[in-house]
Design a protein around this ligand. Structure first.
Ligand code: HEM
Length: 408
């Protein structure tokens, strides 16, 4: 099949719909942190699982939409027919996670006389659709005579997604094998979380940006993506709680992280050189990468990593997942498949920029609150209200993809 514009716009819309729901859940949590959780609405930790798993669904579906749309032009052949079913399954199971995790997180939920781990089941099914995507991608790209830059980036992104997914799939294996070691549990958790974020999402979004830019003019020389992917591999260790990581492993991961930062900086520079061609939200998202580069350098200062892992963990995660990845993906989706004469487009973009910018700043300052003249509660309230603006931006952006049939 060759994905029609209607197919592409439909999945861009669905991806954004997931962002709206997962973002509203995140916003609900932010209000819970600032003003207390309302009674009867569920446990904070279960809702975090609902939020984070569903959010991963947004990024995955957005990237798949872009990759499937562009791939036939590079391979010169239609996509496998089952891409249609794979996309539907990825959408359905990504979305279901919100409702499956909310009541009991990874615990069991009673349905009639049965007890089922609904969250783990929905995450397992969502993960299976990623494997399905990987195998279809492999079929679609097999035997290409030359590999253009975006495809090279996606190839390596998918290798890292595969390794990260193994980390996610290890969870039930550890339970079955009765492995209780906290070190091993954290190792696999961060193999998934960190390689997904700074591996798959980073390289796949680079590929999507490269494809967008190369449509207009070839990109100047970029560092080897294979080398970048290999250096990314050990960096997931830096996501582990500091108490669990031996010093020698910390140094291996930190040095690899410095090499990654240098190569990311070179990509950033090349993209920034082409800023006139980039959608506004992609340029905005690039700011998030500056944090990754800066923190790689700061982390080797004694004590900074251990302090930051506690005080700035949520800030760093949202810098990479919200400011960088989500802004870049939203910008690309709107620019590539959104309506052309949409008066609401700049509303959605500016609401997004203001909301994400203010929440980002509030989370950053939250790490330094003991030295600041205002309370942590004030910053939590600012982050909560900013999150409403982000969700409003995402809701307005939904209009960019209606009607599905053509770009109005
Ligand atoms: C509207 C934007 C967002 C809001 C309001 C939001 C809000 C939150 C909140 C309140 C938490 C819990 C913080 C804490 O424990 O102190 C959280 C955690 C998290 N969020 Fe978000 N978030 C947003 C966007 C995203 C995006 C785009 C992603 C991924 C693509 C994401 C992934 C995560 C992850 C992985 C965690 C941590 C889960 C853990 O601790 O295991 N969030 N978010």
């Amino acid at each position: 099949m060759r994905p029609s514009i209607a197919f592409t716009r439909k999945y861009a819309f669905f991806a954004l719909l997931i962002l709206v729901f997962a973002g509203s859940t995140g916003s609900f949590l932010r209000f819970g942190l600032a003003y207390g959780m309302p009674a009867g609405w569920g446990e904070f930790h279960n809702i975090i699982h609902a939020h984070s798993h569903t959010m991963f669904g947004w990024t995955v579906l957005a990237l798949m939409t872009i990759i499937w749309r562009r791939l036939p032009a590079y391979t010169g052949k239609p996509l496998p027919k089952s891409v249609r079913w794979q996309m539907l399954a990825t959408f359905v199971f990504s979305f279901l996670q919100l409702f499956a995790f909310w009541p009991n997180g990874y615990g069991v939920t009673r349905i009639g006389s049965a007890q089922m781990p609904l969250g783990a089941m929905s995450a397992g099914f969502a993960g299976l659709t990623w494997f399905w995507f990987m195998s279809l991608y492999w079929r679609a790209t097999r035997g290409m005579a030359t590999t253009p830059t975006p495809v090279r980036m996606w190839n390596w992104a998918i290798v890292l997604l595969f390794i990260a997914s193994m980390g996610a799939m290890a969870e039930p294996g550890l339970i079955a094998m009765k492995i209780e070691s906290d070190f091993v549990k954290h190792l696999f958790l961060h193999l998934f979380l960190d390689l997904f974020t700074t591996g798959w999402l980073l390289l796949a979004a680079f590929g999507a940006i490269a494809a967008y830019l190369e449509d207009r003019k070839p990109l100047e020389k970029l560092p080897s993506v294979k080398l970048l992917a290999l250096f990314i591999l050990p960096t997931f260790l830096l996501g582990m709680p500091p108490d669990y990581l031996p010093v020698w492993l910390f140094w291996i991961a930190s040095l690899a992280n410095l090499a990654v930062a240098a190569m990311v900086a070179m990509h950033l520079y090349r993209f920034y050189q082409r800023r006139e061609d980039l959608p506004l939200l992609v340029t905005f998202g690039l700011l998030g990468l500056l944090v990754q580069i800066g923190s790689a350098a700061l982390m080797i200062v004694p004590g900074v990593w251990a302090w930051g892992a506690g005080a700035l963990r949520i800030f760093y995660l949202h810098d990479m997942l919200l400011l960088w990845t989500s802004s870049a993906l939203l910008g690309l989706l709107i620019a590539e498949f959104g309506n052309r004469k949409n008066v609401w487009q700049s509303w959605s973009e500016w609401l997004w920029i203001i909301g994400v910018g203010v929440m980002w700043l509030a989370l950053l300052l939250g790490g330094f609150v003991q030295w600041l003249p205002f309370s942590g509660r004030t910053l939590l309230a600012v982050a909560a209200w900013a999150s409403v603006i982000i969700v409003a931006g995402a809701i307005v952006a939904l209009k960019s993809f209606l009607p599905f049939s053509h770009r109005a």
